[in-house]
Ligand binder design. Sequence first.
Ligand SMILES: [Fe+2]
Ligand SMILES: [Fe+2]
Length: 258
Amino acid sequence: MSFYQEMRQYVLRHGAINNLYLDRFQRGDLTDEEIRQFAVEFYNFARFFPKILVAQLVNTEDETVANELTKVLYSELGDGHSRKRHELLYRDFLRSIGKDVHEAMTQQMLPSTKSYIEGMEQLYSSGNHATALGASFGLENMAITMWDHLIPGLTRLRATRYPAMDMTYFTFHRELESGHEEAMEKAVAAIDGGIDAGAGGLSVQEREDFHRGVKAVLDYLEGFWTGLEKAGFQRRQDLEGAAVAPGRLHEGATQLTG
Ligand SMILES: [Fe+2]
Ligand SMILES: [Fe+2]
């Protein structure tokens, strides 16, 4: 198995895209509270992504890589049409499910979301080219699986509870994505000498650094979903607790002192 194939298999098996939360999301099995929380936490990612790209760009010496990054950033910012900035597409989604943009922007993010965003910025700006490339590789190779969990779930929620939902941000990104996987194939082939052969343009150290980047970004992303799962669970527990609270009071002093 070539290095490229090995890394791709690693991504596809990782908990970042194989987890309880995404499976539940795919079924559309989310409370209203959970869908709003997802919307806000994911918004942080959509909002900060250009900043992460800039962090990478200003730390990139290789001009070919810098050119590619510039293209991605330009696309993020709407390809010269400021109204088509991806973040604005996301705002349409927020509003369509009744979430206020100001509220979404000012609400404190979950610690797991913060770790994901800050971790990614750090990986991309660390100056280690192989690690940064590994992180991009991890993201681009998990993306189709992620959209293919989110979009069916949102489609179900739109059909059942959110008829006004605007899913453009999600479907638009899904369409862009196969191009990104191909670009990654080419990038790895360019430095490692061929997808099938994996002729070994990368040194052992560079392979390790690359793998570290893949793992780090996916671990952060897994944390992001786990954070949402836990927050939802906690909220349900609290609600159930509140619902049975009067009964508990009757149980008396043991509850209060115990
Ligand atoms: Fe985007
Ligand atoms: Fe992508």
